[in-house]
Design a protein around this ligand. Structure first.
Ligand code: BDR
Ligand code: CA
Length: 324
C-alpha cells in the first residue's frame, strides 16, 4: 500500500479521476470535500457516488467549507455541468457523509497519525482553515500535493488558474505556511489531454470504473471543447495524485511560489520565481550565472514541469482494469 493520504476535492470530472488513482494505489484515510466546481452539497454527493462505483464505500467522506474565506463562491458549470459531475447516470448514494467537519477530520488525523500526505484538487479553503486551526499540522504533514496555479498562464483569467482564483486568500495562507508543496499547475496538467481515442480504450477495458471513466471523459471533452476551444479534456487533478504514485512521471523544479492578492489583472496568480530572482539580499556567486544566483526567498514548492503522458495513461489503464 502506498503512502497515507487525505484527498481534499470538489468532484468534478478530473477530481473523480484523482479519486480512482488514489483509492487503488494509496492508503486513503478519508476524502474531504470543498465547495468549488459546484456547491458543497453536490460535490460531496458526487464523491460518495464515485466511491460506490469503485466499491470503496469503506472510505469515509467529510464535507468541509461551502465557500471561500472572504469572497463568494465561483463555480464551473460550463466544464462540469449543473450537478458538478454531468454525463454518467449514477444512483443516489446509499452511504452518507460523516457528521464530522472536514477541517476537524484533517486536523485530528494529522495530529494522531504520522506521515500523512495531503492532496488538494479544489480551492485550498479547507487546508488553510486546518492550518489556522492547528498550525502544528505543518510540521506533521509529509507534504501537500495540489492541482492549482500555473508556472505560465491561467485558465480563469489570463494569469489565474480556477482553484487558486476561487480562494486566493486560502492559497496565500497555504503557500506561506511552511508546508512543502508539490504544485501540479496548468503548465503540467495541460500535457494530460484526453481525446475520443482514450474514451474508446476505456470502453474496451469495460470494468465499471472504466465505463465511468468513459462517460466522464465524453462529457468533459464536449464541455471543454465548447467552453475553452481546446482539443480534448485535461485531467488536471489526476496529475497531483499520479505524481505521488510514481514520481518518475513528473519532472519538476524547486522554486518559491507566492500568491498575488491585490492586482486588478493578476489576483489569484501563482507568482513562480522560476529563476530565483526575489529577495532583498543578492548573493554574489561568481561561479554561477548572475541571474541564477539565489537571492533570499527559499523554495517553498516543487513545480511540475513535464509530464510523461504515455506513462500516465499506462498507469490509468492499469488502474481501471484492476477495478472489478
Ligand atoms: C481545476 O479547476 C477545476 O475545474 C478542476 O477540477 C481542476 O481542479 C483546473 O483549473
Ligand atoms: Ca478539482
Amino acid at each position: 500500500m502506498g503512502r497515507k493520504v487525505i484527498l481534499d476535492c470538489d468532484p468534478g470530472h478530473d477530481d473523480a479521476f484523482a479519486m480512482m488513482l488514489a483509492v487503488q494505489h494509496l492508503e486513503v484515510l478519508g476524502i474531504t470535500t470543498i465547495g468549488g466546481n459546484c456547491t458543497l452539497e453536490n460535490v460531496t454527493k458526487n464523491a460518495l457516488k464515485v466511491l460506490e462505483v469503485l466499491g470503496r464505500t469503506d472510505i469515509p467522506v467529510f464535507a468541509g467549507h461551502s465557500c471561500p474565506m472572504t469572497v463568494p463562491l465561483v463555480t464551473a458549470p460550463q466544464f462540469h455541468g449543473e450537478t458538478g459531475l454531468d454525463g454518467p447516470v449514477l444512483p443516489e448514494p446509499a452511504v452518507k457523509a460523516q457528521e464530522k467537519h472536514a477541517v476537524d477530520f484533517i486536523v485530528e488525523t494529522v495530529m494522531d497519525t504520522d506521515d500523512v500526505t495531503l492532496i488538494a484538487t479544489g480551492p485550498l479553503t479547507n487546508i488553510a482553515a486546518a492550518i489556522n486551526r492547528e498550525p502544528r499540522i505543518v510540521e506533521r504533514v509529509t507534504e501537500l500535493s495540489i492541482m492549482g496555479g500555473s508556472v505560465t498562464y491561467g485558465n480563469w483569467t489570463p494569469t489565474a488558474e480556477f482553484n487558486i482564483f476561487v480562494d486566493p486568500e486560502a492559497a496565500y495562507r497555504v503557500f506561506n505556511s511552511g508546508l512543502h508543496i508539490k504544485m501540479s499547475g496548468l503548465n503540467l496538467t495541460r500535457q494530460c489531454c484526453l481525446t475520443g481515442e482514450h474514451v474508446k480504450k476505456f470502453r474496451e477495458i469495460g470494468t465499471k470504473a472504466a465505463n465511468l471513466a468513459a462517460d466522464l471523459t465524453d462529457f468533459f471533452i464536449g464541455a471543454t471543447v465548447k467552453s475553452a476551444e481546446l482539443t480534448g479534456a485535461n485531467m488536471h487533478d489526476a496529475c497531483a495524485v499520479a505524481w505521488l504514485i510514481d514520481p518518475s512521471l513528473v519532472k519538476s523544479a524547486q522554486m518559491h511560489i507566492d500568491i498575488e492578492l491585490k492586482g486588478d489583472l493578476t489576483r489569484g496568480m501563482t507568482v513562480c520565481d522560476y529563476r530565483h530572482l526575489r529577495g532583498v539580499e543578492p548573493e554574489i556567486d561568481l561561479h554561477r550565472e548572475p541571474q541564477m544566483a539565489f537571492r533570499g526567498e527559499k523554495p517553498n514548492a516543487e513545480a511540475g514541469l513535464e509530464l510523461d503522458f504515455p506513462g500516465f495513461m499506462e498507469l490509468l489503464y492499469r488502474t481501471l482494469t484492476n477495478y472489478k
